[in-house]
Design a protein around this ligand. Structure first.
Ligand code: 9MR
Length: 471
């Protein structure tokens, strides 16, 4: 199995573990002189900003055909920091003819997202539904080979651009059996799911690999237990699975239940991240949306929520008006409830970065004083000043906050050190140079403090403010 990078954010389970974390953190701070402070109360004004301040993401499904709709992209760009292609990465879209791959619509979405500092969830590499016609009529070892080749090709194509893949979607049966769904893929052998995960792992060792399904929200349902048992078995046998996606399409036939939090925390206790991947709720009751978000925020390994569309008119279930924005683009009561729950929620616990990978890239002389939070101020001359401050740090990433003074319309250039990557931003409009390491953040009317999340990828060097220009 390829060695995977797991951002294990599970809290320590006993006094010994807690002591170990504290000691590791103290040793790291002493070694680097860095003072990473846990975030306190937050007051993010957009879904993505509020989630990112808590170490999580807030995403939406996006249809490539809607990217030319200005009202749609205005909300998308303002509110979300994660994007899932609603249909464009499915098997029928990416391999319409066997061996001929087609990525145009998917790339439109990926480029739109990444050029604005949003991350991308890949959906989906293997599924019984939305297969191309040539695959639907295949069976046996030829189908198994074709499926594995598809997983390998698509995951390789998007390597480095997709933070998490729904490797396998909806493989369990509805009803009381708790077993697998019958499908052409299932008939190739019960090991088809783990084979898909191993192929995805080999193709993109750094993406988080998820199993994704619906009607797995109620802890007492046989289907939930069936998926749980599979994940437990995969973890026990070393099958490379990192996360479980809960679609969470709630409606009158399949309502939200109060044991949802138990479901999320029980899966998380198996050692996987949990993500809410396709949230919509019939009628969009504010209280239910609030409960869903509170449940996620209460589970340290629930690291993100995605709603399945932006406005009601964008929904696959438009007549149920299940989303956070009206068809005219205005915020619904459910939006306010979600934003408040994000702001009131707790941050993903901070964990010390692995002690085996010390931040060798920081020369000792550049270590900032330990008593004062480190700041970086650009040389004067641009008509404004930008000050960078470290905020929350997790096992795999950290947040920084930049305060601008001297101008209300500004443009600040910040550089991160490869292989670091900025994975989320808030309260500004970002663009990147061709290396992807230099970000220009422009004011967007959200005030004079912007923030961003940097994936450390083993390098904990503080980002540098290169300039601040008033415009
Ligand atoms: O929202 C998607 C819709 O546009 C498609 O017509 C449909 C086809 O199956 O898929 C919808 O998305 C589904 C997702 O891929 C998997 N979980 C259920 C979603 C809603 O059907």
């Amino acid at each position: 199995m390829t060695e995977r990078c797991h951002g294990d954010t599970r809290p320590p389970t006993g006094p010994r573990a807690r002591t170990a974390i504290v000691l590791a953190t103290a040793a790291l701070l002493a070694a680097t002189g860095a003072a990473f402070l846990p975030s306190t109360a937050s007051a993010g004004t957009t879904l993505g900003a509020s989630a990112a301040e808590k170490g999580r993401y807030f995403g939406t499904a996006v249809a490539a055909s809607r990217l030319s709709d200005n009202a749609y992209t205005t909300i998308l760009n303002r509110e979300f920091n994660m994007v899932t292609a609603e249909n464009e990465m499915k098997m029928n879209a990416t391999e319409p003819q066997q061996g001929r791959f087609s990525y145009g619509a998917a790339e439109q979405i990926v480029n739109h997202a990444r050029s604005r500092g949003m991350s991308v969830r890949g959906h989906t590499l293997a599924w019984h539904s939305q297969q191309p016609g040539w695959m639907e009529s295949m069976s046996g070892s030829a189908l198994r080979q074709a499926m594995l080749n598809h997983v390998t090709q698509v995951a390789t194509h998007f390597r480095g651009q997709v933070v998490a893949w729904d490797v396998v979607n909806e493989a369990f049966a509805d009803g009381g059996s708790g077993g697998r769904r019958d499908s052409n893929l299932q008939r190739t052998g019960n090991d088809w799911i783990e084979a898909a995960f191993r192929a995805a792992d080999a193709a993109d060792p750094n993406a988080k690999l998820c199993y994704n399904d619906y009607n797995t929200d109620n802890w007492t349902h046989a289907k939930t237990q069936g998926v749980y048992n599979m994940v437990r078995d995969f973890k026990a046998r070393g099958v490379p699975i990192d996360c479980v996606g809960f679609q969470s399409h709630f409606n009158n036939n399949s309502p939200y239940v109060s044991n949802y939090r138990t479901t999320l925390s029980s899966f998380a206790a198996l050692g996987v991240d949990v993500q809410i991947t396709e949230l919509d709720i019939q009628g969009a009751p504010a209280n239910t949306y609030r409960s869903v978000v509170e449940d996620c925020m209460a589970v340290p390994r629930c690291n993100g929520i995605t709603v399945w569309g932006i406005r009601d008119s964008d929904s696959w279930l438009a007549s149920q008006t299940p989303l956070l924005f009206n068809s005219n683009g205005s915020k619904k009561a459910a939006y306010d409830a979600v934003l408040a729950a994000l702001n009131n929620g707790s941050a993903v616990p901070t964990t010390a970065p692995p002690t085996s990978a010390p931040p060798t890239s920081v020369p000792p002389t550049s270590a900032p004083p330990t008593s004062v939070p480190p700041t970086t101020t650009p040389p004067p001359g641009g008509g404004c000043t930008a000050t960078l401050q470290d905020s929350t740090r997790w096992g795999d990433r950290f947040n920084s906050q930049v305060t601008v003074s001297g101008a209300s319309n500004w443009s600040v250039v910040v550089a991160v050190t490869p292989p670091q990557k900025v994975s989320a931003t808030w309260n500004g409009s970002p663009s990147w140079d061709s290396s992807g390491n230099v970000m220009t953040m422009r004011s967007n009317g959200s005030g004079n403090v912007f923030g961003f999340t940097t994936m450390a990828n083993g390098n904990w060097t503080r980002p540098q403010v290169l300039s601040c220009t008033a415009s």
